[in-house]
Design a protein around this ligand. Structure first.
Ligand SMILES: [Zn+2]
Length: 424
């Protein structure tokens, strides 16, 4: 087996905002050894495998910053899985990891699973036991009593009251293997408390955040209402999940920009739910969603759009995350969120940058992956149609010809890699 692979003739979207026509990308082992116009990137002497990719496009491996591998997308069984055994849940997560890599996503931030099974799954991928995306596991610190019977974020053991307990909960979660600690600033669309209700206090979040950063890990906050978002930003979190009502507070938007806090809006989730609800009403049918969720969804979609427009204009680091696994949005349909970006005014290039470079910046992992540049992990996808013309081509699996993660070919629909393929 040769270690150097030369990808030849494709147009390259490298994640930095550039489009390179007739590019050459060198993959040496697990790393990118060169990328750029074919006239400028020299092929070193020695044995190598040349792969002709003319008429196709190369993109960085896609990143989803808000996935629930644990979620089964069923409106009625959101919390029934909590009573399943960890072993059974792990199998479900593994199946969804497979769907994710098939869709061209080479890295996901997994928002949690009961008993933190997502941490085990992340380990299984890192150890080479499971072929799947790189999984950055999140564990959540929540208010005592807040989750009720509903524990999709895997908060068991993460419930806390007061700063001493939130600090302790963050330590425990990190000791178990969490790479990101999520603090709950507000309630949610699904859940006992609505999306504007404040959950953890600034003091409680500050303690968890400070401890997490001290231990070299990352933080994010589940925050929907603007007051909760502000509390989270004051507490020092690196990222905001959802943030529907961000648009309400201009001073807050300035703070988010200034502190380089990432914002992962997860636009598609409620948008799709509302669409299904409207279609059901038209036909005189039921959406299948619980009544209280229907009510919340009604007033969450429009603020989200307003916030997105304002944040993009203001220069917020807007990341691409989907909430896949939630009702009606199964794992594998991750690229739909990029269509939402374009629907709400971003260019296809901006949507691709969000799902690649920007997401790696929000993860503080931009030195490792997110762009196709020399020295980075060889995470890339080869696409048959041009997503700059129509971003929706990324949602059709047959257009994703090849998926490579860390130099290993995990999907090869055209058989272009021959014996180099790791999985096929
Ligand atoms: Zn979520």
């Amino acid at each position: 087996m040769v270690s150097l692979i030369v990808l030849e003739g494709a147009d390259l979207i490298d994640g930095t905002g550039k489009l390179v026509k007739d590019a050459r990308v060198l993959v040496d082992g697990s790393k990118i050894a060169g990328a750029g116009p074919s006239g400028e990137v020299k092929v070193p002497a020695g044995k190598h495998l040349t792969v002709d990719l003319s008429e196709m496009m190369i993109l960085p491996g896609l990143i989803d910053l808000h996935a629930h591998l644990h979620g089964q997308a069923d409106p009625t069984t959101q919390d029934s899985l909590i009573n399943e055994t960890d072993a059974y849940q792990a199998v479900l997560l593994a199946e969804n990891a497979h769907r994710t890599i098939e869709a061209g996503f080479t890295t996901i931030k997994d928002m949690g699973a009961p008993n933190d099974v997502n941490i085990d799954l992340s380990r299984a991928v890192n150890d080479g036991v499971l072929k799947g995306p790189r999984i950055i596991p999140v564990a959540t610190v929540d208010m005592t009593g807040a989750p009720g019977g509903y524990d999709v974020h895997g908060t068991r053991g993460g419930e806390a009251s007061g700063p001493i307990e939130t600090r302790r909960a963050a330590r425990m979660k990190i000791a178990m293997g969490a790479e990101v600690v999520q603090v709950k600033a507000t309630g949610a669309g699904y859940g006992k408390f609505g999306p504007k209700v404040l959950i953890l206090s600034v003091e409680e979040m500050k303690a968890a955040v400070e401890e997490t950063h001290k231990l070299g890990k990352r933080t994010t906050a589940h925050a929907c209402g603007s007051e909760g978002i502000k509390n989270a930003v004051i507490s020092g979190v690196q990222c905001i999940e959802h943030g529907q009502w961000l648009y309400e507070d201009d001073e807050l938007i300035e703070m988010v920009v200034e502190k380089r806090v990432g914002w992962v809006p997860t636009l598609m989730n409620n948008y799709i739910k509302l669409k299904i609800m409207n279609e059901a009403t038209k036909k005189g049918e039921k959406s299948g969603l619980p009544r209280y969720v229907e009510e919340r969804v009604q007033y969450m979609v429009e603020p989200h759009r307003k916030s997105f427009e304002k944040a993009m204009k203001a220069g917020v680091l807007v990341g691409m995350g989907t909430d896949v696994g939630a009702p009606y949005t199964p794992n594998g349909m991750n690229a739909y969120e990029m269509e939402m970006f374009v629907k709400y005014g971003a260019t296809p290039m901006q949507a691709i940058e969000a799902a690649t470079r920007v997401n790696s910046q929000i993860l503080r992992m931009e030195d490792k992956f997110g762009t196709i540049e020399r020295g980075k992990e060889a995470d890339l996808i080869v696409v048959k149609k041009n997503p700059l013309r129509d971003i929706r081509v990324l949602q059709e699996k047959h257009n994703i010809a090849l998926v490579m993660k860390g130099g290993e070919t995990l999907v090869d629909r055209l058989g272009i890699m021959g014996s180099h393929s790791g999985l096929m």
